[in-house]
Design a protein around this ligand. Structure first.
Ligand code: AVJ
Length: 326
């Protein structure tokens, strides 16, 4: 078992540059991938337990009750070894159900979770090995955008998993480019299991991003706490507010942070002061909701074709199987 480290100092240079770019643009933005420091990963785990955050339970239901159907539709041969690679694995909780089903049916595979958070990986290692002590496990720490090229290094058949509607954090064009790049680094017949949240009534989606306990607020504002810590900035967190919204027509939940007053913030690591107007918003995250039509549009000319779709009972969430065909 091996963990590949991203040099911490290099991470901070990326962080500083991207935060500088984001806060210099109009409107101001901050990249959602930086939510996941130790505190942020813990807050996201808490979000997944919230009654309002239906996504996790819906996808867990799919993997608990439909792993067999997914496996059938992957068209695997028991005698052929394959690599199961999970991008942005988080706590791996849902995946374990799938791993159990594969193991029960005696498939020959290794499991490589990739995550930006070291804590998350250690957690997966613990939980997976407890349930499946004999599994071949290879942890990889890093930004999955950057680890895509590494896929080419092995010529084994691959099944990539990208669950939890992580794709939804990308604008459609970026999602398209991401799938294209992923497909480019795979071989014909390799598959992608893509878990995405489906379009539905705003009354269900809105509370998922604005829970009554304020965990999602803390998760969003933690980005400022992180910048304070890692880039020696002086955001006064009290002067900012979590302001989520949902664009029902587009099917996009938007997280933002609003400046409660006219204020300035100095970031020492960048040696720059940033100015905020009263009620100015910093956009931190989009969470796209999909239907077949939107997914088909995103997949067009990526090399991936949809070959299977399965949903939870309420049809809140779907796991698709995409195959690389050209
Ligand atoms: C992990 C990206 C799928 O967008 O629903 C949860 C992150 N943000 N609550 C999502 C998140 C606010 C989550 N994803």
């Amino acid at each position: 078992m091996a963990v590949h480290w991203n040099k911490t100092c290099k991470m901070n240079i990326d962080l500083a540059n991207e935060i500088k770019d984001g806060l210099s643009s109009s409107p101001k933005t901050l990249p959602s991938k930086y939510f996941y420091d130790e505190k942020g990963s813990a807050l996201f785990s808490a979000i997944m337990q919230l009654p309002e955050y239906y996504l996790t339970n819906a996808e867990l239901e799919i993997f608990t009750s439909k792993s067999k159907i997914l496996i059938e539709n992957l068209n695997l041969k028991k005698e052929n070894y394959f690599e199961l690679i999970e991008l942005g694995a988080g706590d791996g909780y849902k995946t374990i159900e799938f791993l159990k089903a594969l193991t029960q049916e005696a498939f020959n595979f290794s499991y490589s979770p990739i995550d930006i958070s070291y804590q998350a990986l250690k957690q997966i290692e613990q939980t997976v090995l407890k349930v499946l002590p004999d599994i071949k496990l290879q942890l990889q720490q890093g930004d999955y955008f950057k680890t895509l090229q590494e896929l080419k290094k092995s010529s084994q058949p691959k099944i990539v998993m990208f669950l939890g509607s992580n794709l939804g954090n990308m604008q459609d064009e970026i999602a398209h480019n991401f799938l294209k790049q992923l497909s480019f680094n795979l071989s014909i017949k390799d598959k992608l299991i893509l878990g995405i949240d489906l379009k539905k009534n705003a009354d269900i989606i809105t509370p998922a991003y604005n829970d009554s306990q304020g965990i999602t607020r803390d998760f969003n504002l933690n980005l400022l706490v992180r910048i304070n810590k890692e880039l020696e900035a002086n955001f006064n967190i009290e002067q900012f507010e979590h302001t989520p919204s949902y664009d029902e027509k587009e099917g996009i939940a938007i997280s933002s942070i609003l400046s409660k007053s006219k204020q300035s913030v100095y970031i020492k690591a960048i040696n720059q002061t940033f100015y905020f107007d009263k009620d100015e918003k910093i956009f931190t995250e989009i969470s796209r909701k999909y239907d077949d039509y939107i997914l088909q549009k995103i997949c067009k000319n990526t090399g991936f074709h949809i070959i299977h779709k399965t949903t939870d009972k309420k049809s809140y969430f779907a796991d698709y199987i995409l195959e690389k065909k050209e």
